[in-house]
Design a protein around this ligand. Structure first.
Ligand SMILES: Cc1ncc(COP(=O)(O)O)c(C=O)c1O
Length: 392
């Protein structure tokens, strides 16, 4: 029942521009009161008019909840997909996807640079269930092709990647996936659908940590899957209900609210990041700046082709090694020292000891002198002043 509604909603908004869809898709006025914002249906169950007589198609909020449906419709419309599904966290979405699509004996290609928690899910959880993986540099199409074997079921890509800001050519990898008859999954968390549309480039599924740019205010944890294909969406919706790690009504509502300003926030994140990059590239204590907007970045041309702008995430390496990098993080004041990213407030962190501690000793280990910034939407001059003092 929900599937039918979602298809209609997606089609209804498909002719609209992104900013309009962000505000209107899923956000229909409440049929009972006319409230212009979907209410928070903080409810677990629904009165039936006789056994099986469901009024709005809802019977139990793990299976479906109207506030979550509003968000799921919005997500499908923003990614240009047929089905959106909202979860309790990004990792819950990933877990559902992997356990729905994989069985013992299957093989997966994963990137050599990815969020540490994604790697941990593959290496410590999914592998124990008999699914093995190969790590490949997904920026190198030949390396991706070589990593695929006759047991491969899916290729996983994160672009831009966390924390090294590597760029993968989504269209090219989609070609490899199609040829091999495997699915392509793209983690679109760093870009958001405003900057990048993986389904239009041939991906089968988009993954999001809604915790980041989609929510946008560091006040909610959530995740999403969006599929290009309605049947695959239905299969994942079955597993979403069967596994149960759904987004709650309030969390769905707060993400839906955040998304309304996604376009303007992403424009400002990108503008501010460009100014920060300019300063960092000239700073004597910075040995390397990793940002796809830089012409010397190896993925610059592909990023320019597949992204609207280059986003708000920057990593850089500092002279003096790990201790110097940790010191920069500790000295920052306006940049808040903390994990996560994508909020309106700027954050700074040391991936080696913080977000990516779980990849230490693996093929995904990150440089010890690396600092990662999530550039917020504050005044750029204030951000530059803080970074200058933090670098000393
Ligand atoms: C790129 C990326 N994907 C997935 C996740 C996992 O999302 P969550 O923390 O919402 O479970 C994160 C979290 O940092 C991330 O950065």
């Amino acid at each position: 029942m929900r599937g039918t509604t979602l298809l209609t909603m997606s089609d209804q908004h498909s002719h609209q521009s992104f900013e309009t869809r962000a505000i209107h898709a899923g956000n229909t006025a409440d049929p009972l009161t006319g409230a212009v914002v979907p209410p928070i249906y903080q409810v677990s169950t629904y009165k039936q008019d006789g056994v099986g007589g469901l009024r709005g198609g809802y019977e139990y909020s793990r299976s479906a909840n109207p506030t979550r449906t509003a968000l799921e419709e919005n997500l499908a419309a923003l990614e240009g997909g047929r089905r959106g599904l909202a979860f309790a966290s990004g990792l819950a979405a990933e877990d559902c996807l992997l356990r729905a699509l994989l069985a013992p004996g299957d093989h997966v290609v994963i990137p050599n640079d990815a969020y540490g928690g994604t790697f941990r899910l593959f290496a410590k959880v999914v592998e124990r269930w008999g699914v093995d993986f190969s790590v490949a540099n997904t920026s190198d199409i030949d390396a991706v092709r070589d990593a695929v074997n006759d047991r491969t079921k899916l290729i996983w890509v994160e672009t831009p990647s966390n924390p090294l800001l590597g760029i993968t050519d989504i269209e090219a990898v989609a070609g490899v996936a199609r040829q091999a008859g495997v699915k392509l999954v793209v983690d679109n968390t760093f870009a958001s659908p405003y900057l990048q549309q993986p389904l239009a480039l041939g991906a089968d599924v988009v993954v999001h940590s809604l915790t980041k740019y989609m929510g946008g205010h560091s006040d909610v944890v959530g995740g999403a899957l969006v599929t290009a294909d309605a049947a695959l969406g239905e299969e994942l919706a079955y597993h979403q209900n069967a596994m149960g790690a759904v987004a709650g009504p309030f969390d769905s509502w707060i993400v839906l609210r955040g998304i309304k300003t996604l376009a303007v926030r992403m424009d400002r994140h990108s503008e501010n990041a460009a100014k920060v990059v300019e300063m960092l590239t000239q700073h004597p204590k910075v040995t390397q700046v990793l940002y796809p907007g830089l012409p010397e970045h190896p993925g610059h041309e592909i990023a320019a082709k597949q992204m609207r702008s280059f986003g708000g995430m920057i990593s850089f390496r500092v002279q003096g090694g790990e201790e110097a990098a940790v010191e920069v993080c500790n000295r920052a004041q306006l940049f808040t020292l903390g994990e996560s990213l994508g909020g309106v407030e700027s954050l700074i962190e040391h991936p080696g000891r913080m977000t990516h501690a779980s990849v230490a000793g693996s093929a995904l280990e990150v440089p010890a002198d690396l600092v990662r910034l999530s550039v917020g939407i504050e005044n750029a001059d204030d951000l530059l002043a803080d970074l200058r003092q933090a670098l000393g």
